[in-house]
Design a protein around this ligand. Sequence first.
Ligand SMILES: [Zn+2]
Length: 250
Amino acid sequence: MKTIELANHFFQNLVSPYSRDIKSKIESDNLSLINAVSYSFVVSHFTDYLWECEKTRSRQTQRHEIIKCLDERFGLLGNRFKLGTFNFINALNNSVKHVGLDRAKRHNSNIQGHHGLLNIQVLNNKDGRIWFDNGINRFDYGRIILRHVSSLFSVSYEELPEDITMEILHGEYNFYCDNDEFDHDNPTQAIDILVDRLNPICLDCGMPEDGCDCDSFIFTDDIACFKPEDKGYMDYDKIMSAISGAYKLD
Ligand SMILES: [Zn+2]
């Protein structure tokens, strides 16, 4: 029982508040190398807590199975990190911790075969953004990877389930928040809704189209570009009618 308590404490007091802090730093281009590396440490260490919890629950689990489970439930979709988003963070973290990765180990060889060399030198700060660049892949590590994970784990205290570790690995808890924050039945929000729909942010980097530079990123198996976020259905006539009494339906 004590292990699970400690893991929940770790999430509540470290992972969750740190995620909110990191998310805010990423969104304001104020992320330092220390921030990015230490947050990656914390996320990887949380994997160890989850693993210890599973052992306490008498489940015969390997550490890599915990990472696989996180990736299946919460990893980025698409081909960019098809070996896993959490797997990538974990490998990068290990490469920093162990002065590079030992290629003799099959797991390390696989991930470096796919993404290229991993070590502390592949991360660099430029203008408050942390870039991953090893000559094979080049992308904004903060906006593509850490933004995704920190959004998932930015759970507020009121929303925290009693046993977050169980919810993450086996529960129905939905970390993905609703990306439509508007009330479509409230006519006073109609203009804001229209402006929001006409100015989608990039699904990958979180920037509006004129600030998105995803088309300069290089991934092993993907072409990067601006990907507008799908905000779901909007009743155009209803919104326009709320904005202007002069609006006429076709
Ligand atoms: Zn983008």
